[in-house]
Design a protein around this ligand. Sequence first.
Ligand code: ADP
Length: 372
Amino acid sequence: MLNGNSKTAITLLTIEPPSWTDELLNYLKDHGYLVTMMTAMDDELKFLKEQSPDAIIIVNPAGSQHFFQRIRAQTSHPLLVLITDNFTGDLPYETADAVLPPRPHYVDCQLQMLLHLRAANEDLQKQNLTLNDEVKKLKEELIQRKRTNNEVELLKNAIVHNISHELKTPLLQVKAAVSLIAEDLKDNQLSQLAVNATARLEILVKNVTLLGSSLDINLGPVITRDAIEYARRNLGRVWEHREDGTRIKVHLEDHLPPVLADKQAISTALQLLMDNALKFSKKDIEVRAVVNGDHVKISVRDFGIGIAKDQLDAIFEMFYQVDSSSTRRYGGMGVGLAIVRIILERHNTEINVESRVDEGSTFSFMLKRIDI
Ligand code: ADP
């Protein structure tokens, strides 16, 4: 727009105006264009720079290739249009935005469309620049976050491993001493408190250790039977379950293929599920593994107290227990299922639960089978 005028400003350049130039000029003026005519090309660049028209129309531009290139190089890129009744010869098509015949109505329509497209294109380019800037910023942010996450992950792993390692030995010594004192001072309230506190501390360290093992996941072929046996053996070492070995009934489908898993972590998850099943039920519990399409489905079922429907999501949160008084009754700290969830997430799978109060619960998950 010339001088802030809302009309479309056009400069029409011609050295030797052909006969139809006046008709074109008048048509454009009548149709709302602000047209400036130039018949000499001496001062044209200075003029164009000062006025910055929306479009430059060159009429019959024989030999003006050089001029076009100068305009392209030195002005703020107005629309460059050639109007000619002679399409042959060395017309500078590549430098022009359009080459039109001298038909006023057609020229008007094409100019409007081209100017509209040009404005839309400029808008898009601006948006593109802004988007590029944003993408760049987001990329930098992402790199920074990844770096921080890796550092946090390493730190977390180190803390978990060190805590479990550094706490285990002194705790065993304290436990042994406290047990001896409690035996000497039978029915002494203080010594009983110390025994209970030590037991809770032991559960805490056990959970931190289990959490530690759930952080390092190395996927490889695992024999489901081995993982279940490993979990069962570890469970047998836990004092509360020393008598429970015979309550665990394992049912494995024949010819089970290996699964893609981390043996240690999956055994930990199974151990935690079996621990709960034994804890919340007096009857036998069932551990099953069956092929399910591309996966092996592993489930742990009990016929115990069950879980209310509205609690089924919350039980997988850290430190959540359906009934806080159950801590005293059943022991535990409400972290087992959260660890199971983390382990399975790291295997790109999830834990499912079906349960009915007073009838029992089934926890199950799928692992990808490997056919070797
Ligand atoms: P906890 O150490 O308390 O067992 P978990 O995270 O393993 O912690 O379980 C959270 C809560 O979910 C338990 O306190 C219990 O209320 C409920 N829960 C888990 N497994 C069972 C189950 N097999 N039967 C009934 N309730 C269960």
